[in-house]
Design a protein around this ligand. Structure first.
Ligand code: FPP
Length: 237
């Protein structure tokens, strides 16, 4: 459990990376790495809620992940379905509200229906908001918001000069939510990979050389500790 003086970030983002390398390290097929990653997804989500994180955004599937071999994509889709069904049973007792960010129209009908069901069933929850980024890309999200604003201009509802950062933020999938305070990327890679591009303008980044299936609640606390040791100046002095 965190020290009571610890300042828990309101919004944390995590790029769940390293499942494939974890599988390789254990001489297992990549699919098993994703299964281990999915198990850990559940552990970390519950833990984050228990320590008072208000928003947790997890990168589960990017717009680029479709380029993976067909059987790996198929295995990931099955995993998403299993875990969403489980979420319907489990997270319900946890007071977690689940939202999906990304273009869900690319998923099959069954998965889209499950997403809808999970969102609706958890909508009354008052605890942590869990954003699952699925078929999500930061650039695609920004384009979508730009198109939406352009459409309202074309319809004569808005004028171009009216657009503000706040208004634009509201057009993103995360509209109405605070920007992430902290983004964690395990696995040793140190890049943003098209995650929350607009929202991360002033986010603190913590990179760990741990593969996602091995990322423990203590590592989350360690990342929060590092975050606490940093001085956020938001461009000021
Ligand atoms: C990155 O590891 C991980 C993914 C592309 C999938 C993330 C998915 C999960 C953790 C599964 C569960 C999620 C839910 C919501 C049930 P990688 O394959 O890129 O690893 P590598 O870089 O070592 O190959």
């Amino acid at each position: 459990m965190p020290d009571k003086n610890m300042n828990i970030p309101v919004h944390i983002g995590i790029i769940m990376d390293g499942n494939g390398r974890w599988a390789k390290k254990h001489f297992q097929p990549r699919q098993l790495g994703h299964r281990a990653g999915a198990n850990n997804f559940r552990t970390i989500t519950r833990y984050a809620n228990s320590i008072g994180v208000r928003y947790l955004t997890l990168y589960a599937f990017s717009t680029e992940n479709w380029q993976r071999p067909k059987d790996e994509v198929g295995a990931l889709m099955r995993l998403f379905k299993d875990y969403l069904r489980e979420a319907l049973r489990d997270f319900m007792d946890e007071n977690i509200r689940v939202r999906f960010i990304g273009d869900r129209s690319a998923f099959d009908k069954e998965l889209q229906e499950l997403m809808e069901e999970v969102e609706q069933a958890s909508a009354p929850k008052t605890g942590m908001v869990l954003n699952l980024a699925m078929n999500y890309g930061g650039r695609a999200e920004i384009l979508r918001a730009a198109k939406s604003f352009a459409e309202s201009v074309a319809k004569g509802e808005r004028a171009p000069f009216e657009l503000t950062e706040e208004m634009f933020s509201r057009l993103l999938y995360t509209g109405g939510q605070p920007d992430p305070d902290l983004i964690i990327r395990p696995s040793g890679e140190e890049r943003i990979s098209n995650f929350l591009l607009w929202q991360c303008a002033y986010t603190e980044f913590v990179y760990f050389d741990i593969l996602w299936p091995d990322f423990r609640p203590e590592d989350l606390l360690r990342a929060i500790d590092i975050y606490n040791s940093r001085q956020r100046r938001f461009g000021g002095v």
